[in-house]
Design a protein around this ligand. Sequence first.
Ligand code: IMP
Length: 436
Amino acid sequence: MSQRKSAVILGAQWGDEGKGKIVDVLSEKFSVVARYAGGHNAGHTVIIGGKKFVLQLIPCGVLRPECKGVIGNGVVLDPMAFLSEVKKLRDAGLPIDGQLFVSNRAQVILPYHRMIELAAENAPGRTKIGTTSRGIGPAYEDKMHRSGLRVVDLLNSALLRTHIENACHEKNTIAAALFGTAPLDPKAMYEEYARAAEQVAPFVTDTAVMLNEALRSGEKVMFEGAQGALLDIDHGTYPFVTSSSSTAGGAVTGTGVGPTSIGTVIGVTKAYVTRVGEGPFPTEIHDDSATLLRARGQEYGAVTGRPRRCGWLDLPLLRYSNMINGTEWLVVTKMDVMDECVEIPVCTGYRINGKLTDTIPADMRGYESIQPVYTKLPGWNATTEGITEFDKLPKRAQEYLQFLERESGAKIGMVSTGPDRSQTMTLPEFDAELKA
Ligand code: IMP
């Protein structure tokens, strides 16, 4: 990262890799943290001094008073969710005013987005995605359809009123015709959102200008991904994906900086894999080991509380993720969750219709015939909790990490051995890069 002041940090698989804590730990080295995709479907849990913060929309960087937080144009902003998170942070005594900025070009989520999503998800004959029911997909649909409301429009009350009237008319008609849903009241909606707009206004600015100025003046900027690479609208396990560009490329379009501004890419992966919602998951575990990982790792969605599906580390998937993101560094989280595993299978390839491959099929139907090929590594059967030096890890835990690094093609920069900020190991080469 020397001479290169910015980094994208993102989840390597399907989200919930533990990015929140890592962004929080790393934000000490950065003066700005910018979110570039998704909305309040993300759930970033950070534990500081035993106190738990769950952030959905606001970048974790704001938990440090010297760090600015940016919600970029690629994000879909639910004003109510934003304001309730702002209140939570203010109530916790965090002075976020003057520290948090919202792009005037971000799209706004409105109640009819949620209405359409809920009705569509439950409609007979539709492919159920298992979304977070936050209206994310329909808000991005409107963006691409060029009929969305942007934050700059939210602040213009005449425009807001007309937009809500027209949109409600259209969405109410569609929802009634397709799903028999009761209509939403545009007048009440306008009043509620006009009030919210007044409270959102002080945070709004041209964040692209702000970020480019920060980079020009030598400040370090971190671009914080949401969800995970395999939930990306283009590169993920479509259609079981989210509706934004969660891969590293999204950091560019989602904030308004050029590709040459991106210094490095840091992928966060658990020592195993989890997924919430529907969709393919080749290494999903169907025996007691899943129960053990879920219980030890508290694998329940931070936003919806749904139990996460658990699986073994999938190297073809990780290599694919590293490729589409240009990942240089890996951060391995939840190492301690595997402390009791007697044996750890790691998927090193796929057998599809009898043929060995490590190419990820584009066609979802291809996933049904995947048989993961496993290499079994011995468990370390000792506690790694809170260990912050590589040499102090049990020998077999060291070997597990070395195997992962060798096979994935990216260097391990950090390892997390517990939920607290302090339970983090930074490896020397990465540490030197961060300090440069
Ligand atoms: P949506 O983003 O609410 O449209 O949901 C689409 C898919 O992405 C569903 O499978 C969700 O469970 C998943 N998803 C969305 N956000 C996250 C996240 O932050 N972590 C993990 N999964 C997510």
